[in-house]
Design a protein around this ligand. Structure first.
Ligand code: CP
Length: 307
């Protein structure tokens, strides 16, 4: 039973296939409107979410299927002490596929090992968020037309930002990618990501605290929120939360075809004054997330023989 825990669970060819399916869904939505008639997606969200949960649900409805689930741990039997393994076995009796978000790293892996239906990791702690990366990739593809020859700036909380870790993993498999890692000292990219992905694959990268100095060389700027929920003390969060605020003034030396991405939710990282700039892609990213989740549900249900 194929589940998706990490973006590296896909080959580059599979990512290409998912993107091709998503583009076909965009062009021909009627063709896909009943493929999942009678099938059920369970959304098990032990942590808050707007985009991921609702886009999974919208995706399943637009494929003709139905949705069941919960949106907070306290409304499930996890509040009574039920394990992830037992939850996964139980939900396998009711649904055809699971999308699960959990605050603990590795939770989706445990669920996948116990479920008898495909499990999709919708975010596990500070570890991975592969379906956000699918949204990011479709956005890059639609905006830039390529995954090669790009200088990608990643800015903000690179330590706890699981979307950043997944995106680095995904883009590192393409050629001539350079990363500019822009963060406060305390929120630098974890050394295991640098060692196991960037250095192992000879991917050029630089680390800086200076967003404006980095700006002119960037093709993509991926802003991120400082992840309050992963901090051990509030004082550190308050000190670091506004480290980077993208304003129109800071874009004055940016490329005219820069693409500005953000997985959202944003707090203060991008001024609303940028929302109408043609380079702002973050709400397109939200919509692209739904199309990629539709493509993913189709792929996993087909592989499982459910449709
Ligand atoms: N990008 C993202 O995961 O958003 P939500 O937390 O709202 O799902």
């Amino acid at each position: 039973m194929k589940s998706i825990i990490d973006i590296l669970d896909f080959t580059v060819e599979e990512l290409d296939e998912l993107i091709a399916t998503a583009l076909d869904i965009i062009d021909n939505p009627n063709k896909y409107a009943h493929i999942c008639d009678g099938k059920k997606l369970a959304t098990l969200f032990f942590e808050p979410s707007t985009r991921t949960r609702l886009s999974f649900e919208a995706a399943m409805y637009e494929l003709g299927g139905n949705v069941l689930g919960f949106s907070e741990a306290n409304s499930s039997s996890a509040a009574k002490g039920e394990s992830i393994a037992d939850t996964a076995k139980t939900v396998s009796c009711y649904a055809d596929i699971i999308a699960m978000r959990h605050p603990k790293e590795g939770a989706a892996f445990v669920a996948a090992n116990n479920a008898s239906i495909p499990v999709i990791n919708a975010g596990d702690g500070g570890h991975c968020h592969p379906t956000q990366t699918l949204a990011d990739l479709l956005t890059i593809r639609r905006e830039k037309g390529r995954f090669n020859n790009l200088t990608v700036g990643l800015c903000g909380d690179l330590k706890f930002g699981r979307t950043v870790h997944s995106l680095i993993n995904a883009l590192s498999r393409y050629s001539n990618i350079k990363f500019v890692l822009i963060s406060p000292e305390e929120l630098k990219l974890p050394s295991y990501v640098k060692k196991d992905i960037l250095q192992k694959n000879n991917i050029p990268y630089e680390q800086t605290t200076d967003l404006e100095a980095a700006m002119p060389k960037l093709d993509i700027l991926y802003m991120t929120r400082v992840q309050r929920e992963r901090f051990f003390n509030e004082e550190d969060y308050l000190r670091l939360k506004d480290s980077y605020i993208l304003t129109p003034d800071k874009l004055k030396n940016a490329k005219s075809d820069l693409s500005i991405l953000h997985p959202l939710p944003r707090v203060n990282e991008i001024s609303v004054a940028i929302d109408n700039d043609p380079r702002a892609c973050y709400f397109k990213q939200v919509l692209n997330g739904k199309y990629m989740r539709m493509a993913l549900i189709l792929k996993l249900l087909k592989e499982a023989g459910t449709i």
